[in-house]
Design a protein around this ligand. Sequence first.
Ligand SMILES: [Cu+2]
Length: 478
Amino acid sequence: MSDFTSVAVLSWSLGLRRWWLSHGRELITSPFLVQPKAPGRSPTSNFILFSFTDGYSGNLRDPTTFLDVLNIMASIVAPVLFIQCLLSILLTTTLAAPINITRETFRTCRPGNWFGNPSDCCPPKIIKGPIVDFCPQYDATKPLRVRKALQCLSGHELKTYTRKLEKGYALMRALPDSDPRSFKRQNEIHCAYGTGSFIQDGSTNLTIDLTIDVHMNWHFLPWHRMFVYFHEKILQKLLGDPEFSLHFWNFDNSVTATPRHGSHGCYKAGHFVPPMYNEPSKATFEANRSFMAFEPNRPVDIAFDLSQLNPLLGLPIFPNNTVEEQTRMNREIMHRSMITLANTTSFIGKAYRVGDARIVIPSAGSGTIELWPHNTLHAWIGGWMRQPSTAPIDPLFYPFHANMDRLWSVWRKLGYGNDDPTDPDWLDTTFLFWDENAVMRRVKVRDFVDLNALGYTFEEVNDASWIFFDNSTSPGAP
Ligand SMILES: [Cu+2]
């Protein structure tokens, strides 16, 4: 907020001064308005960037200098920034507080958008029944449920798990649309929370509506932990099995070595799309993915960049790396995202409170873990997974995000002073979710930072493959 204020105020004062100087001396040459050529006008600076052509006559206008461009931009943009800034100051000084999603938030839901792509996915505007505060039920006498790595399930375990998950999804898909636990409605809730469909309570009274997005800021990790938690609870309820755990896709695991004798935990590579999600006969299958995601021996590309488009087809270019090249790159990026670049602020994401405008540029607010591997793999998997309005339509979303959840807990254990924010505006943020009994729950971020209190943990896997990544090792070294 303070950065924004100073930029706005600076732009405003610069703009005013330049506007006065320009108009006072009749020097302005606007690229946007057709003006007669000023006789004898010559460039006042060596920083000549553009020449503009009069669209009607084709005459070349005066060369416009760098300073003129700055001048014009400042004159146009600064007042807008200034007004926005004043409103933001007004809001933050009077309302600075954690985001709270309420009945009113649902009531005022409206169509949203993501990078200009419209969406219309508001859940029912009227929440029926009471909203019940969520409270973790920690029972020290009970063993923690273990979410396991999908690639490590033994033959029998895998069979049982696949059968259960298939049944769970069949039941979830069979629920009517009116049931908030239905597969369709779960996509809807992620869509509403991720496309600016919800408006911050109270902001509708002002000239600008401040929308909410759980991506590109510090809500990314806790919100998705909650979302997967309730998804798992709903599966448990439908299956009648309170011990059912949603196992994770260990996509960051590029282990290529055989396990050392006596090692604990699972040491198998997890960087391929889990086969049960790629078999057309299974309820976990989704055809709408990039063709690369169906190649059984192709590791994921954590470096994938959707902006690499084939100029002829407009389709993304998938680099043809060898398995060794790709896994080395993946380990390097994981190391950077989780360790080298990841302090508390840069890992968790930018603060986002009442009065803050929705952040719409990933690099401006996302934590490192959201940028890599999260965003890159959503793009690499493709299809529904490429947009927040549709991503949970692909069942792969859930084991994918279960691993994101695990990576958050791994980061906390790494040392380096890693710890979650202590800011009450983060801890006291409340979201609303329907639970396994279709009851609306008010959920606080502070109740979702401790996995043990939530009753589950993750199987140990070989994170050493990226934790101890050494830049000096030759490509392909395990
Ligand atoms: Cu999301």
